[in-house]
Design a protein. Structure first.
Length: 243
């Protein structure tokens, strides 16, 4: 199969169109999450929230809390008790699982304070290996491989944070990515997440996660669960259309 998908992903990685990373639709919140110099902890905490609900809502949580407490400076965050964070999560309906995710948020703050001297950017400074960054995210409570690789992927691919290598950044199979790779014929219809991850490693060993966002975009925009618009899709020329 012609690797049009890989070529598109490589072109996007090597020639990014802009410096702002689109994480949420709210312009102010997006600028807030893009400010890795002032609020690197906002990015980390948003990553930890991104499970069991729509990504756009999960990524808004740090911004919603910043509005609640007036500022998102890290020192101010450390003054929040677990009880206070839980009350904010419940009152503002920030997550499907308010108690569990409030605890993850609270413990994330504690870890950043203790392990990284209150500066979450230490997770990725100094041109670390991709495996080191993934591992550091895995140390946070509630963070599994999918979130950890997603976080490292966004840092490398979209924020352009320098890494010494990229081969430990896997694809993070969500419903869109799985659907796209199955319909394109890269993996069978009953492929497991592990099969998808290893297929991505086979396709581009130097940076398996390079196709993550492109697959996600294809799934969201064209390769929809019902009535896919194949004629408009950017990989239509090489897709096997296994629908």
């Amino acid at each position: 199969m012609d690797n049009l998908l890989i070529e598109i992903a490589k072109e996007r990685f090597e020639n990014p169109k802009n410096h702002s990373v689109h994480l949420v639709d709210d312009e102010i919140a997006n600028s807030f999450l893009n400010d890795l110099k002032r609020y690197p902890h906002a990015f980390v905490l948003a990553c930890l929230m991104d499970r069991q609900m729509k990504a756009e809502r999960a990524w808004m949580i740090p911004y919603e809390i910043s509005k609640e407490i007036g500022t998102f400076d890290f020192d101010n965050l450390t003054n929040l008790s677990l009880r206070k964070i839980k009350s904010i999560f419940k009152r503002k309906s920030l997550h499907r699982y308010p108690d569990t995710m409030a605890e993850c948020f609270y413990l994330g703050i504690k870890d950043i304070k203790i392990k990284y001297n209150g500066n979450a950017a230490e997770i990725w400074t100094g041109k670390p290996s991709s495996s080191a960054v993934v591992y550091k995210f895995l140390e946070f409570k509630g963070c599994g491989v999918k979130i950890a690789t997603m976080a490292a992927n966004i840092l490398a691919r979209q924020f352009r944070i320098p890494f010494s290598d990229l081969y430990s950044i896997d694809i993070s199979p969500d419903v869109h990515i799985k659907r796209v790779l199955k319909r394109m014929g890269y993996v069978p219809k009953d492929a497991s997440n592990e099969m998808i991850i290893y297929k991505a490693r086979e396709l581009y060993p130097k940076f398996p996660g390079i196709i993550d966002h492109t697959c996600w975009e294809i799934g969201r925009n064209w390769c929809k669960p019902r009535k896919p618009t194949c004629s408009e899709c950017i990989v239509e020329a090489t897709c096997k259309k296994v629908i």
